[in-house]
Design a protein around this ligand. Structure first.
Ligand SMILES: [Zn+2]
Length: 161
């Protein structure tokens, strides 16, 4: 696939982002959306740590984990479970980092809608570079990641996994 780079667009995009500060989980970007279920949503992370870095959020626009009722909590964990399944199928990672950045002080980029990060890991993949050097190693386009995860998702729903 050919790609056209237009670095000058970044200023325009940043401005557009400022104007529409809509919640990315309540109003997901279709290019990043993997699945919108009744109880949860799975989207790609725009600033991934590794290929396949996804986020799972409850459909309720809530900040705190303790605000969720049991049904929403269960729904959220079902989303995490599904996320793991599709990533395993698509990427065969050796492990995952799964976690929540709780509040700005912890590094949460989107503070007002609770979400769980699922970052696939392979032995020797980034060697803590994101933490230490702020360098991220991502070698795959969003289109490609999305295509793979959608394919895995279909296989999960078809009962093949
Ligand atoms: Zn929201």
């Amino acid at each position: 696939m050919e790609r056209i780079y237009a670095p000058w667009r970044i200023k325009y995009l940043e401005k557009a982002d400022e104007k529409s500060k809509k919640c990315i989980f309540c109003y997901p970007d279709k290019r990043m959306l993997i699945l919108k279920d009744k109880k949860f949503i799975i989207i790609l992370n725009k600033y991934p740590y590794t290929n396949g870095h996804i986020m799972v959020a409850p459909n309720l626009h809530k900040v705190m984990l303790e605000e969720l009722d049991k049904e929403s909590l269960l729904g959220l964990m079902e989303g995490v479970q599904l996320g793991i399944k599709i990533l395993k199928k698509a990427y065969r990672p050796s492990g995952f980092n799964i976690g929540i950045n709780y509040g700005r002080v912890s590094g949460a980029g989107i503070e007002d809608h609770l979400h769980i990060h699922i970052v696939p890991r392979w032995s020797g993949d980034t060697n803590f570079m994101p933490v230490v050097g702020k360098t991220k190693i991502v070698s795959e386009s969003f289109e490609s990641v999305k295509r793979k995860l959608k394919k895995s998702l279909k296989e999960v729903f078809d009962g093949k996994i």
